[in-house]
Design a protein around this ligand. Structure first.
Ligand code: G3P
Ligand code: MG
Length: 247
């Protein structure tokens, strides 16, 4: 568990603000800020030549004009792709950001960052040191940063390499051994799918002293009970839906 409390928001934009602009682009990060979010979640993906991009999928097809396996893509080729036209004509010409592009944008907007490390098996040993190096050199305020992953080994590696980071273990469904995993990484937050969370699980997470974040909720009514269970923040594609929380 971490002593200092960094989460000063109840609303975190998902992939920027994925319902308002093409996910995981700078436009999406700006849209989240315009919608009132003070934190954003984005996904970081390792590609060829050690490149780090903000991207969710294992293939380029859905969210860019490119095709093929994301991890095999070359940074120079990725830089030429359009990541906005699939969403709407308004966003034609939007790029796939590098991790560095995103860090600069997020900091210039004064947002907090939940950086989700995506992984592809053996890539864990490559992506974690690469991400931590970029963060060390280009992210100023450790209290405005959470690193999350579904991959426990990736978080273990983060913890071993830099014990000061605030780590969030992602779960689709909270497993039996969640507490052991959180203790192993001196974790800060459990981030889970709101639709699979039970009241008992939520209360156990809170009783153990951890933050509890839920993804991906776009309808406030669907997580109404979760606040009562102790949920600290919601990760949403549309922060405008939760603007009433900060009013
Ligand atoms: O961090 C919460 C959420 O982003 C996890 O799922 O697949 O949208 O990255 P995914
Ligand atoms: Mg994510």
């Amino acid at each position: 568990m971490k002593d200092n409390d960094i989460l000063k928001t109840k609303v975190m934009g998902h992939r920027g603000a994925a319902l308002l602009a093409p996910e995981n682009t700078l436009a999406s990060i700006r849209a989240a800020a315009n919608a009132g979010a003070t934190w954003v979640e984005v996904d970081v993906y390792l590609i060829a030549e050690g490149g780090l991009i903000i991207f969710h999928d294992d293939t380029l097809d859905r969210c860019t004009t490119g095709t093929g396996v994301t991890r095999d893509a070359h940074p120079v080729s990725v830089a030429e792709l359009d990541a906005g036209s699939w969403f709407s004509a308004e966003f034609v010409g939007e790029n796939v950001p590098t991790l560095l592009d995103a860090l600069e944008c997020i900091q210039s907007l004064g947002l907090g960052l939940n950086l989700e490390i995506k992984h592809d098996g053996a890539d864990v040993e490559n992506i974690v040191p690469a991400v931590l190096t970029v963060l060390r050199d280009h992210w100023q305020d450790n209290d405005n940063l959470m690193i999350s992953s579904f991959n426990h080994a990736a978080l273990r590696m983060c913890y071993d390499m830099d014990a000061d980071r605030h780590l969030a273990q992602l779960y689709e469904e909270i497993p039996e051994n969640w507490q052991a995993e959180m203790e192993a990484i001196k974790g800060y937050s459990v981030n889970c799918d709101y639709s699979r969370l039970t009241k008992a699980q939520a209360q156990a997470v809170k009783a153990a002293g951890y933050k509890l974040l839920c993804y991906t909720a776009n309808d406030p009514q669907k997580v109404e009970t979760h606040w009562a269970w102790g949920m600290d923040a919601v990760i949403t594609d549309d922060p405008t839906k939760f603007a009433f929380l900060s009013a």
